[in-house]
Each structure stands twice: as structure tokens, then as C-alpha cells.
Design a binder for this molecule. Structure first.
Ligand code: HEM
Ligand SMILES: *[C@@H]1O[C@H](CO)[C@@H](O)[C@H](O)[C@H]1NC(C)=O
Ligand SMILES: *[C@@H]1O[C@H](CO)[C@@H](O)[C@H](O)[C@H]1NC(C)=O
Ligand SMILES: *[C@@H]1O[C@H](CO)[C@@H](O)[C@H](O)[C@H]1NC(C)=O
Ligand SMILES: *[C@@H]1O[C@H](CO)[C@@H](O)[C@H](O)[C@H]1NC(C)=O
Ligand SMILES: *[C@@H]1O[C@H](CO)[C@@H](O)[C@H](O)[C@H]1NC(C)=O
Ligand SMILES: *[C@@H]1O[C@H](CO)[C@@H](O)[C@H](O)[C@H]1NC(C)=O
Ligand SMILES: *[C@@H]1O[C@H](CO)[C@@H](O)[C@H](O)[C@H]1NC(C)=O
Ligand SMILES: *[C@@H]1O[C@H](CO)[C@@H](O)[C@H](O)[C@H]1NC(C)=O
Ligand SMILES: *[C@@H]1O[C@H](CO)[C@@H](O)[C@H](O)[C@H]1NC(C)=O
Ligand SMILES: *[C@@H]1O[C@H](CO)[C@@H](O)[C@H](O)[C@H]1NC(C)=O
Ligand SMILES: *[C@@H]1O[C@H](CO)[C@@H](O)[C@H](O)[C@H]1NC(C)=O
Ligand SMILES: *[C@@H]1O[C@H](CO)[C@@H](O)[C@H](O)[C@H]1NC(C)=O
Length: 356
């Protein structure tokens, strides 16, 4: 063919690849990805989490939340783990993450164990996906087949985190559109919200419901009055708001379907939790009732939705890289100190600074 014809065909192919790139790449994830190169990856990850749980019963909840906040922002590319640098405005310090997401030290411990067993092989993005599943399993919840082969991104997107992560005071319609923006439907929204069956939330994320809800001068009418009293005890009006409440008041650290039975009696902690059941006429009510009466239905749906969430915008093949240190892109993993700029603490008792 003529050279101009050749160039035209080549340009067409490049444009086609660019257009198709991210949306089809998840097809390349596979449950057997590390079978030859790191056969013990799940076992090693589980061991580190099991050990961390001995001193921190909340850590499994914190780890699954990291995977969620990773996937919703520029896809599941480990970007939430990156520290600030000259070129990176970390997602860790985005309003909905700063002083709220936690578990980075345990991710680093998993990474260290994996680098020792199988150097330069397992991505940080995959660590989060495996850790999420193992955390649910260790909390006596369900298991699912984790798809693997994600590569780590080399950028973070703080603005993306501000836009793409849901807020605890979003309306149900907003929650639906935030989920639908990443390809998750209403069933996924309800099943994945069931992750609030374990873990904690800080007062500022729900205290708007306790005293002067929506400028009414009264508490949120959908909040159970007994529970209201309990929560007011944890978060006094105009208090310093360092309090923490269990997201599931019945079985705080167990992964079960009590989250959904809580919603049926007004015992959802966050406004966004209770809205799934208390929004008049909503199509989410039947799904809550289903999961409340049928734990197996919840578990099956949860696994399916987690796999779907884990497929969002993944990098595969030769895209991205396998980070050596989950907090740093490889180019800057040694030598210069210019990347050691993070101003946030990853402390476990974060003070009130969290933006709802
Ligand atoms: C539906 C929209 C969601 C909203 C508005 C939301 C909001 C929140 C908020 C405000 C907290 C407390 C943070 C703090 O006080 O520092 C929290 C905690 C948590 N979230 Fe969500 N979340 C949502 C969906 C999800 C999803 C999809 C998952 C996982 C699949 C998840 C897992 C968790 C877990 C496990 C915790 C407890 C973390 C810990 O104890 O460290 N959430 N969420
Ligand atoms: C896999 O990892 C576990 C936990 O770290 C360890 O006890 C076990 O010996 C390892 N098995 C193999 C085959 O490497
Ligand atoms: C890892 O696998 C080994 C056997 O290969 C087993 O003895 C050990 O208990 C496993 N560890 C975990 C944390 O599952
Ligand atoms: C590495 O750090 C240098 C100096 O801070 C910076 O100019 C460069 O863009 C960084 N590279 C990457 C890939 O982050
Ligand atoms: C994150 O929180 C820390 C500690 O409260 C604060 O110093 C820092 O300015 C916050 N980061 C941003 C980007 O707001
Ligand atoms: C950051 O995220 C926003 C919102 O999703 C998106 O519009 C923007 O293109 C992203 N920026 C980069 C550099 O990925
Ligand atoms: C808050 O009040 C506004 C105006 O009165 C109303 O439109 C809105 O639906 C209320 N929001 C909630 C969550 O009740
Ligand atoms: C809390 O602050 C508001 C506004 O400043 C005030 O009206 C209210 O009386 C205070 N409540 C208590 C219990 O101090
Ligand atoms: C899981 O079940 C075991 C056995 O019944 C129990 O000892 C353990 O406390 C449970 N763990 C959680 C987090 O519910
Ligand atoms: C409030 O919650 C308690 C359990 O914590 C439940 O027994 C009671 O029925 C609930 N009240 C309403 C009105 O749903
Ligand atoms: C829940 O929904 C599933 C899937 O539609 C269905 O198979 C199951 O029977 C439902 N369970 C209940 C208790 O409604
Ligand atoms: C929503 O997604 C789930 C998979 O997570 C799927 O089973 C279900 O059919 C979807 N529902 C609708 C209405 O598309
Ligand atoms: C990333 O930032 C955290 C919090 O400031 C810090 O503890 C950690 O050492 C940093 N990691 C690296 C590799 O710089």
C-alpha cells in the first residue's frame, strides 16, 4: 500500500486503541494471574491482616474502604496509596479521605511481605482487591473469586476524588448517579452499602442528623429515637466531635446482614444508609428487605458487586507499573527526598477534620 494509506491505517488503529483502551482492559484480569509467579499471594495477605486484627479489630473495614476509594477515582490503580510529591497531589488528602481513610501501614506490611516472597510481581492495586476480600472473609462474611492482574498507576487525582466519592449527606438520587458514573447500578449501591456492617464513623459524618437536621431544629425523623439518644451521648452538641460510632450497632465487627435489618428499624448510622430504606417510594426498599431476610442473597450480590467494582478502569498488560513502594511511583522510589512531602498522618485516632 502507499505510505500515506499506511499512515492513515496506522492512525486509525491508534485512535481505535485509545478509544477502547480503558473500557475493555478489565477483560484481562484473571483469578489465576499470580498462580505461577506468586502462588501464595492470598495466603500471605491474609496472614498480615489476621495479625493486624489482633490489635485493631477495625482494620479489615478500613482496608475494604481503601479499595472502594481507590476504584471510584481514576479506576482501581492504587492511586489512593500515593503520597504527595512535586508532581502528585495525593488523593489521601482529598476532603473525603483526609483524616478518614486509614490502613496504609498494613498495606505497606503486606507489600513488604509480598516483595520478600515474590519481588516486583504483585501490584498495590491488586493488594487492595485481595485485602478487601480477605477482610470480609476474616470477619466471618462471604468470599468471592478475586480477579487479578491490575497494574499501578503513576498519577493521583485529588480533584477526581472530590467529584467521584459519595458524601454521607448525599440524597439517594445523587448516590445513584455517583455509582452509575462508574458503571454500578442500584443493586450494587445497596449491596455495597452493606459494607457498613463493620467499621466506624466519626461524629462529623452523622452529627448533622442529631440536633438540627437540615435546619429544622429537630433530629432526622428517620432516626430511631433510642439510637438517637445513644448517638447524642457519643457526639454532644457543639462538642469537639472526636467520637467514633460503630456503623453497625448490633454486631460491630462481624460481616453479616444486620446492616439491613438495622435500616428497617431506623438504626442506620449515616443519612445515606437510612435513605436506602426511608426514602418514600424508593426502589431500594425492596432490595434492603430482601438482603435483611436472606443473608445468602446479600452475600451473593455483594461478591458480584465487589468484582464489578474491582474492574473499574483497571490498567493491565504493559500499562502503568508494579510499584515497589505503594506510596511512591517507581521513578522516585530511591534517592531524592523531594517526594517525602505528605503532611497527613495515617494515625488511627484521627481527629475531627473530616469533611462530610
Ligand atoms: C454509598 C455511599 C457511601 C458513603 C456516602 C459512605 C460514607 C462513609 C463514611 C462517611 C464513613 C465514615 C468515615 C469516617 O468517619 O472517617 C464510611 C466508612 C466506611 N465505609 Fe463507606 N460510604 C459509602 C459506600 C461504601 C462502600 C461502597 C464501601 C465498601 C464496599 C464502604 C465501606 C466502608 C467501611 C468498611 C467503612 C468503615 C471504615 C473504618 O472503620 O475505617 N462504604 N463510609
Ligand atoms: C504461604 O504463606 C504462609 C503465611 O505467610 C506460610 O505460612 C506458608 O509457609 C507459605 N507457603 C508456601 C508454600 O510458601
Ligand atoms: C498458608 O498456607 C499454609 C500451607 O501452605 C498454611 O499452613 C497456613 O495456615 C496458611 N496461612 C494463612 C494465613 O492462611
Ligand atoms: C520525581 O521527583 C522529581 C523531583 O521532585 C519530579 O520532578 C518528577 O516529576 C518525579 N517523577 C515522578 C514520576 O513522579
Ligand atoms: C489534611 O489534614 C491535615 C491534618 O489535619 C492538614 O494539615 C492538611 O492541611 C489537610 N490537607 C488538605 C489538603 O486539606
Ligand atoms: C480527574 O478526575 C476527574 C473527574 O473524574 C476527571 O474529569 C479528570 O479527567 C481526571 N484527571 C486526570 C488527570 O485523570
Ligand atoms: C431539606 O430541606 C429542603 C428545603 O426545605 C428540602 O427540599 C430537602 O428535601 C430537605 N432534605 C432532606 C434530606 O430532608
Ligand atoms: C450549640 O451552638 C449553637 C449555635 O452556636 C447554639 O445555638 C446552641 O445553644 C449550642 N448548644 C449547646 C448545647 O451548647
Ligand atoms: C467469627 O466466628 C468465630 C467462630 O464462631 C468467632 O469466634 C469470632 O469471634 C467471629 N469473628 C467475628 C469478627 O465475628
Ligand atoms: C428502635 O430500635 C430498637 C432496637 O434498637 C427497636 O427495638 C425499636 O423497635 C426501634 N424503633 C422503631 C420505631 O423502629
Ligand atoms: C432476594 O432476591 C433474590 C434475587 O432476585 C431472590 O432469588 C430471592 O428469593 C430474594 N429473597 C427474598 C427473601 O426475597
Ligand atoms: C445490576 O448489577 C447486577 C450485578 O452486580 C446484576 O446482577 C443486575 O442484573 C443489575 N441490575 C440491573 C437492573 O441492571
Ligand atoms: C507517606 O506518607 C505517610 C504519612 O505522612 C508517611 O508515614 C510515609 O512514611 C510516607 N511514605 C513514604 C514512602 O514516603
Amino acid at each position: 500500500m502507499s505510505s500515506s494509506h499506511f499512515i492513515a491505517v496506522a492512525l486509525f488503529c491508534i485512535a481505535f486503541l485509545l478509544a477502547g483502551g480503558i473500557s475493555v482492559s478489565h477483560a484481562q484480569l484473571s483469578s489465576t494471574f499470580y498462580d505461577q509467579t506468586c502462588p501464595n499471594v492470598t495466603n500471605i495477605t491474609r496472614g498480615v491482616i489476621q495479625n493486624a486484627l489482633l490489635s485493631d479489630p477495625r482494620i479489615g473495614a478500613s482496608l475494604i474502604r481503601l479499595h472502594f476509594h481507590d476504584c471510584f477515582v481514576n479506576g482501581c490503580d492504587g492511586s489512593i496509596l500515593l503520597n504527595n510529591s512535586d508532581t502528585i497531589d495525593s488523593e489521601k488528602e482529598a476532603a473525603r479521605n483526609n483524616n478518614s481513610v486509614r490502613g496504609f501501614g498494613v498495606v505497606d506490611d503486606i507489600k513488604t511481605a509480598l516483595e520478600s516472597a515474590c519481588p516486583r510481581t504483585v501490584s498495590c492495586a491488586d493488594i487492595l482487591a485481595i485485602a478487601a476480600e480477605e477482610s470480609v472473609s476474616l470477619a466471618n462474611g462471604t468470599s468471592w473469586t478475586v480477579l487479578l492482574g491490575r497494574r499501578d498507576g503513576t498519577t493521583a487525582n485529588r480533584t477526581g476524588a472530590d467529584i467521584s466519592l459519595p458524601s454521607a449527606v448525599d440524597t439517594l438520587d445523587t448516590l445513584k448517579s455517583v455509582f452509575s458514573a462508574v458503571g454500578l447500578n442500584t443493586t450494587d449501591l445497596v449491596s455495597l452499602s452493606g459494607a457498613h456492617t463493620f467499621g466506624r464513623a466519626q461524629c462529623p459524618t452523622f452529627s448533622g442528623r442529631l440536633y438540627n437536621f437540615n435546619n429544622t431544629g429537630n433530629p432526622d425523623p428517620s432516626l430511631n429515637t433510642t439510637y438517637l439518644g445513644t448517638l447524642r451521648g457519643i457526639c454532644p452538641e457543639n462538642g469537639t466531635a472526636t467520637g467514633l460510632a460503630n456503623l453497625d450497632l448490633t454486631t460491630a465487627d462481624t460481616f453479616d446482614n444486620n446492616y439491613f435489618s438495622n435500616l428497617q428499624v431506623g438504626n442506620g448510622l449515616l443519612q445515606t444508609d437510612q435513605e436506602l430504606f426511608s426514602t418514600t417510594g424508593a426502589d431500594t426498599i425492596d432490595i434492603v428487605n430482601n438482603f435483611s431476610s436472606d443473608q445468602n442473597a446479600f452475600f451473593a450480590s455483594f461478591g458480584e458487586s465487589m468484582i464489578k467494582m474491582g474492574n473499574i478502569g483497571v490498567l493491565t498488560g504493559s500499562q502503568g507499573e508494579i510499584r515497589l513502594n505503594c506510596a511512591l511511583v517507581n521513578a522516585n522510589s530511591s534517592g531524592s527526598e523531594s517526594y517525602l512531602h505528605s503532611s497527613i498522618e495515617t494515625r488511627d485516632d484521627a481527629e475531627y477534620k473530616y469533611a462530610i
